[in-house]
Design a protein around this ligand. Structure first.
Ligand code: URA
Length: 424
């Protein structure tokens, strides 16, 4: 097999054979295909796409590049959720313990944030003592004792994807739907969950800016799931405005704990409950209403045990930023726009996110939104509080908020519905 033949075939619009795909993914993982050859192949895939059999085989080859986890020793059915990422998307934090409290086991391998969307591990690492890296045995122990575990994926899981994703990141080939879908699904299938709910975000703060693109990605991932015998459901959900009121690591942990305590912003509660119901149905668990587990404190109990099992202190005060700066409503009227991308970039510039993989994040940095699109506001009332350790960050953050919010004397916001569509 020759790398140049495989590149030429995809460049000229041919369907790659299973043997070509298996060889290309394996040879790249072993270092037998050069980075520049894989970047040419990734670009040919981005431009010419892949058929359903090609995507299924590519995903399979990436799964086979590493270990496959196995939770058959657990007495409960497993369920997982994956979000394509958004601004203020802290849903995993209340969701995993909630679904565990209703009887499923939730093995959740999560990532760190890059760019304007946050990462679940960065959020949890703001809890003093909490540890993201667990061995497979430790993961099983936490799952057995609490029902849920959220931790970092080990280096042995889909190493082909790890290498390819880093290459795509620097070659303008992230945005290929077959490559995104196979990247996400190879990790989720290798993780060994029995059922999967995908939260595909749509809007300015998401990867997929339009419902059409998001639907294409969701349908591709659901098809990969069914081709691999994994029960997979996808929801398309709104990311034209931030989710909830808090954007930033420790701020989002605080908001998640409010949800677990039975409070929290209505959109975070609604999406958490919707996804929990989908996960329980996909796992074959009936007769439990997750709303009861928020009301009766059982989800909070799982959260506290899950955090403590990974070395965290659920009662410890969370880090706060050294400095704050307020943004006030410029006039009285309705807040008609609060753009997710603008708020996400501002939070990132305040220190909540990182520009390069190796950068640290500031746990206390971020933004608190005091009004939601549709709310009536009075001139001079606080709209946003910016939090940063270093006050020199405020100017750049304020630049990205220019034009990101709008108050109009009359008019209603033109918002996407929180749940736009369901694909199964
Ligand atoms: N997340 C992933 O894991 N892979 C992609 O390709 C894009 C987002």
């Amino acid at each position: 097999m020759d790398a140049i033949d495989v590149i030429r075939a995809k460049r000229d619009g041919a369907e790659l054979t299973p043997a070509q795909i298996d060889w290309a993914v394996d040879a790249y993982t072993r270092g037998a295909i050069a980075e520049e050859q894989m970047s040419a192949l990734a670009m040919a895939i981005l431009l010419n796409g892949m058929t359903r059999p090609e995507v299924a085989r590519w995903t399979e080859a990436m799964i086979r590049s590493g270990e496959r986890m196995d939770w058959s020793a657990l007495s409960r059915p497993t369920a997982d959720k994956h979000s394509t990422g958004g601004v203020g998307d802290k849903i995993t934090l209340p969701l995993a313990p909630l679904v565990a409290a209703c009887g499923a086991a939730v093995p959740q391998l999560s990532g760190r944030g890059l760019g304007h969307t946050g990462g679940t591990l960065d959020k949890l690492e703001s809890i003093p003592g909490w540890r993201a890296s667990l061995s497979n045995e430790e993961m099983l122990d936490v799952l057995r004792s609490t029902g849920a575990v959220i931790c970092a994926a080990g280096a042995g899981l889909a190493p082909a994807d790890r290498k390819l994703y880093a290459l795509r990141d620097v070659t303008g080939t992230v945005e290929s739907i077959p490559l995104i879908a196979s990247s996400i699904m190879s990790k989720k299938i290798a993780e060994g969950t029995g059922s999967l709910v995908l939260d595909v975000k749509v809007g300015s703060g998401a990867f997929m800016k339009t419902p059409e693109k998001a639907r294409e990605l969701a349908e591709t991932m659901v098809a990969i799931g069914s081709d691999h015998g994994l029960r997979t459901v996808a929801l398309l959900t709104a990311m034209d405005r931030p989710l909830g009121n808090a954007v930033g690591n420790a701020l989002e942990v605080t908001e998640s704990v409010e949800v677990l305590a039975g409070g929290g912003p209505s959109d975070v509660v609604e999406l958490t409950l919707t996804l929990a119901r989908e996960m329980l149905a996909a796992a074959g668990i009936s007769g439990k209403d997750p709303a009861d587990a928020l009301r009766d404190g059982s989800a909070m109990d799982v959260w506290r045990r899950m955090i403590a099992a990974q070395g965290g202190d659920p009662d410890a005060p969370l880090p706060t930023a050294n400095e704050t700066h307020q943004v006030f409503a410029p006039s009285s009227g309705t807040l008609t726009r609060l753009d997710a991308f603008g708020v996400g970039v501002a939070a990132w510039r305040l220190g909540a996110g990182r520009a390069r993989k190796e950068d640290p994040v500031s746990f206390g940095a971020g933004i608190t939104c005091h009004a939601r699109p549709g709310d009536e506001v009075k001139e001079g009332q606080p709209l946003l509080t910016l939090h940063a350790d270093d006050p020199s960050r405020f100017d750049r953050a304020l630049e990205s908020l220019e034009g990101a919010y709008e108050v109009e004397a009359s008019g209603a916001p033109d918002l996407l519905p929180l749940v736009i569509d369901r694909i199964a």
